[in-house]
Design a protein. Structure first.
Length: 315
């Protein structure tokens, strides 16, 4: 049973997703990176409703949670927000901006490597997004990638008000200063990054991987190689394999689905291995379709969980 509220703060965006059949490595000449100029023939183009905060909120709502979404969106996202509300997401804390909704443009090669560009739009107009109203309440704050200035302020608010923090800097590790990243890490109960983001985080903060493990529960995702969860209580690391999808169509949003699955279990105080296994199952459904938001039922989740880990799960 869950007695805590999840408040997800992150981007709300319209994603434009393109794929091509080759691989980036075949187009990029390492000797000419200073004059890089490549063009590929795109095989597919899809426009989808996304944004990291919205993706996490959508996926965890499908699992049966009722998350609060904090973010900023333009008038062009009105129908999108209504759909999220229909999923079970509380959108009452979404800021209405005069700017267009943020846009993420991403190009994916045949093995899942991605290059993307993010136009912040309404995301940069979010001064009202504060965790202060949640002070003293039984909540877990999930701060995912959005406006770096707002992320710094929000992590400070969580530290000041002793709000439990799931810190997910994501691809913004490249745009957040080392000092601001340290503020988030120090405030975090859980820190989640993928393998590449971990390297950037270490380089920018000067903290070692061992330093990070000592400060918070550390989740590192490795794509098709699963994930590892470290507990700062010095327990043995939890290694979690993947759940095999029926087919792989598009990797966009799989990491956000993983976060939703993990948070669902963590809110219910499950063991870390069980949280990670549900995360892997949830992520597998995101791989099966174009767009960043998975489409599944609780029945499908429980079936795949049992098939993958030979254990039953109750949602």
């Amino acid at each position: 049973m869950n007695t805590q509220k999840l408040v997800v703060c992150g981007s709300i965006a319209i994603d434009r997703i393109m794929t091509f059949s080759g691989q980036y490595k075949d187009f990029i000449n390492p000797a000419q990176l200073d004059v890089l100029s490549i063009s590929v023939l795109v095989q597919s183009f899809d426009e989808a409703q996304g944004g990291i905060g919205a993706n996490i909120a959508h996926n965890i709502a499908l699992l049966g949670e009722q998350p609060v979404l904090m973010g900023s969106a333009g008038a062009d996202a009105e129908s999108y927000l209504k759909r999220l509300e229909g999923d079970g997401v509380d959108i009452s804390h979404v800021h209405s901006s005069q700017s267009p909704t943020a846009t993420f443009n991403v190009l994916t090669d045949s093995v899942g490597n991605q290059v993307g560009g993010f136009y912040p739009g309404a995301m940069a107009d979010a001064t009202s997004l504060s965790f202060t109203p949640w002070a003293g309440q039984p909540v877990i704050a999930c701060i995912s990638a959005h406006d770096p200035i707002a992320m710094r302020r929000q992590t400070e608010e969580c530290a000041e008000h002793n709000i439990r923090l799931f810190y997910d800097p994501g691809q913004q590790v490249s745009n957040i200063s080392g000092e601001d990243l340290k503020v988030g890490i120090d405030a975090a109960e859980i820190l989640i990054v993928n393998e590449y983001e971990l390297g950037v985080l270490v380089n920018k903060t000067g903290l070692s991987e061992e330093d990070l493990k000592a400060k918070a529960k550390l989740i590192i995702t490795y794509g098709e190689n699963g994930s590892i969860i470290y507990d700062q209580m010095n327990n043995d690391p939890v290694k979690v394999g993947i759940a095999k999808p029926d087919k792989i169509v598009d990797p966009t949003g799989a990491g956000d689905a993983y976060r939703a699955g993990f948070l669902y279990g963590y809110l219910r105080q499950w063991e870390l291995v069980k949280c990670g296994q549900l995360a892997a199952v949830t992520a597998s459904f995101a791989l099966e379709q174009h767009g960043p938001q998975a489409n599944f039922t609780k029945e499908l989740i429980t079936q795949r969980y049992q098939q993958t880990f030979n254990q039953e799960i109750e949602l």
